[in-house]
Design a protein around this ligand. Sequence first.
Ligand code: SAH
Length: 346
Amino acid sequence: MKENKKDIRALSREELRNFFQEIGDKAFRGNQVYEWLWQKGAHHFNDMTSISKTTRDLLNANFVINHIEVDSIQKSEDGTIKNAVKLFDGLIVESVLIPTSKRTTACVSTQVGCSLDCKFCATARLKNMRNLKPDEIYDQVKAIDQESRLYHNKPLSNIVFMGMGEPLMNYNNVLKSIDKITSEEGLAMSPKRITVSTSGVPKMIRKLADDEVKFNLAVSLHSAIQETREQIMPFANKFTLPDLKDALQYWYEKTNRRITYEYVIWEGINDAREDIIALVNYCKYVPCKVNLIEYNSIGDPAFKQASGQVTNAYIAALEKNRIPVTVRRSRGKDIDAACGQLANKQ
Ligand code: SAH
């Protein structure tokens, strides 16, 4: 029965080598199979042509190869591509390829749905169904890399963990996927080109620092006033701004790497002078930059992008205080591929 067979991609290279040794074969057979699984992306044991038929049959009898299937592809008029990715159990997540003149970025999902409840995000409306496994995250990146080569004639240059889900609520699997993405036997990408975005889970940010990770950290702040933040991100009543600040200071002490705050400005929610002042003050705690994100409507009239004037007031105040600020324009809006719009609509 298929159910009883183990997913071979859950095994490390060492475990695969041991498996072959234990059955009286040579350990290096484990390396060969590992390469078929991770570099050549084999979906069936019978595709492993350098492995004998007897060994393939043995593998077939003991293991399955779980892998994702790109179920559908949508292309935006701005070049953005959204993949609906089917997992081995039939659940769907989405990932996005965002090309610009300088880089091609993959935006990948870490959970089916999301465990948090941000009021402005479409993914939050799906309940969290499960965490993705390391290979399911890795496979999304691999699929986007192939599309980048196919449609844009260049490999993927950056990865952002900003798709569906809260990466730090699936900590171990996210870190394992990044190990694979950055390792020589995976995609050999530099961790400097990877950014993990979190809604701000203090305990896990400390853990990242302790684990000495080498990738970048972005935090979805959206308000530096506790009461306001709780209204739009209700879980913030547990993960408070002072706790977040302490965790980020700890991160900076350990890693010496600047944080990026993601911030959307909404009319009547965080568009007042006091919101700007609170953000500027919060930015003084830890070296950081601010990324102002354009709001992508998910149909709730309570959330409306603030005017350009307010955005300019934010920019002026931040620049006056020497806090780097950038504005991120939406990409792929016409195919619901922009920030906060991933909700398996298709
Ligand atoms: N859970 C993680 C990563 C996923 S969301 C996090 O919260 O950071 C990626 C970014 O998109 C976050 O900054 C999030 O706050 C933002 N976002 C969510 N919904 C949005 C929307 N409707 N418009 C613009 N940005 C949104």
